[in-house]
Design a protein around this ligand. Structure first.
Ligand code: G6P
Length: 362
């Protein structure tokens, strides 16, 4: 119950939950380790994943954005094709399914009605299902065949933060354990890399004053904002835009860097904030090309890059982590920027207008 959980010295649950992310990472590593210190997941679940020829991830809101990152992780590490769908669309717009689908429901609350409607449908069709949720005993957990828990602790703020990073971490572990059990080498030690992620998150959480200043510079008066990235950075940009919209009411959109020029660049005016993510070596130069295009039209650029890929003009440099795990780190500045933007604009951070923590109606 929300009233039972103390904010302690924090002014808002959202800030507390952002700060809890390093501890949640460490907790997840611990909870998903076997006695030999290796990452492990119940073999029934791993068999269900291995036996499927295509995974369908179903989710809403922030959990959908975590699903997009999860697709990359599962496809790159475990080499199983993955589709990611918005739950409210899936029911009446069902894609042609593969022969042996596995449905993965990602839901912080485990109560989202749109997702539950899909679960009911796929169960009737006889397909296996796995719920990844923060709430043991929640509807989606009880009704699916299998459950993986986030171990993030209660999330009270309407804007989801620690659940998003927990979802990505658990999806990474699922991908890794599946890959290993298929006899594949993932090429890095996920336990160790997640530990580095937790340390990097600590560094970011200790840089709050900087984000408060940046939020004032970029968001104090603006009407709109754009988040751009390529590949995995594009998906994180979608989440950054959602965070900003939810709590500061600034109209914000995430775009694939190369897609801007096909329409949206028309909206760039003198001073329009464009937040660009540059954490991927393969697209570092092209995303910077996109920044130049918007700057030429007057945009106020905020480049958040990863150490090793950074350049002089960047606004903030995040610590280096494995290239598949950058969303766990790059989202933290975006969460903090949204938080301070809302604060500067006098918005109710934890209880934004028109939104509910879990939406139990379709
Ligand atoms: C609501 C919340 C969002 C959340 C979405 C999905 O709209 O306001 O923050 O991402 O539901 O919630 P779930 O509990 O299924 O992850």
């Amino acid at each position: 119950d929300a009233s039972d959980i103390e904010k302690g010295t924090y002014p808002h649950y959202m800030l507390k939950e952002i700060d809890e992310q390093p501890a949640v990472m460490r907790k997840i590593i611990q909870m998903y380790q076997n006695e030999q210190g290796q990452l492990a997941i119940d073999s029934e679940i791993i068999n269900a994943v291995k036996n499927s020829d295509r995974i369908y991830i179903i989710a809403a809101g922030t959990s959908y954005h975590a699903g997009l990152v999860g697709k990359q992780l599962i496809e790159k590490m475990a080499k199983i094709p993955v589709e990611v769908h918005i739950s409210s669309e899936f029911g009446y717009n069902m894609p042609l399914l593969s022969e042996k689908p596995l449905f993965i429901f990602i839901s912080q609350s485990g109560e989202t009605a749109d997702s539950r409607a899909v679960l009911v449908q796929v169960k009737e069709m006889g397909y296996p299902s796995l719920t990844i949720t923060n709430v043991p005993g929640s509807t989606l957990s009880r009704e699916a065949d299998y459950t993986l828990l986030l171990h993030a602790g209660p999330e009270i703020a309407v804007a989801s933060t620690k659940a998003y990073t927990a979802q990505i971490a658990v999806l990474a572990i699922l991908a890794e354990v599946t890959a290993k059990s298929r006899g594949m080498e993932v090429g890095f030690d996920l336990t160790q890399e997640l530990g580095l992620v937790a340390n990097a998150m600590d560094v970011l959480c200790d840089s709050k004053e900087l984000f408060e200043v940046m939020a004032r510079e970029f968001f104090a008066v603006t009407r709109n904002a754009f988040f751009i990235g390529r590949g995995i950075d594009f998906y994180v940009g979608l989440e950054g835009a959602l965070k900003l919209k939810e709590i500061s009411y600034i109209q914000a959109e995430g775009f694939a860097g190369g897609e801007l020029k096909h329409g949206t660049i028309a909206l760039i005016e003198e001073g329009t904030p464009v937040i660009a993510l540059a954490t991927q070596e393969s697209v570092n130069l092209s995303i910077r090309g996109n920044v130049k295009e918007v700057v030429a039209r007057g945009a106020n650029p905020c480049i958040i890059s990863m150490k090793g890929l950074n350049m002089d003009e960047d606004s903030f440099v995040i610590p280096e982590v494995h290239e598949l795990l950058t969303p766990l780190i790059s989202v933290v500045p975006l969460q903090l920027l949204a938080y301070y933007a809302a604060l500067h604009r006098g918005c109710d951070v934890d209880k934004p207008r028109n939104l509910a923590k879990s939406v139990t109606v379709e």
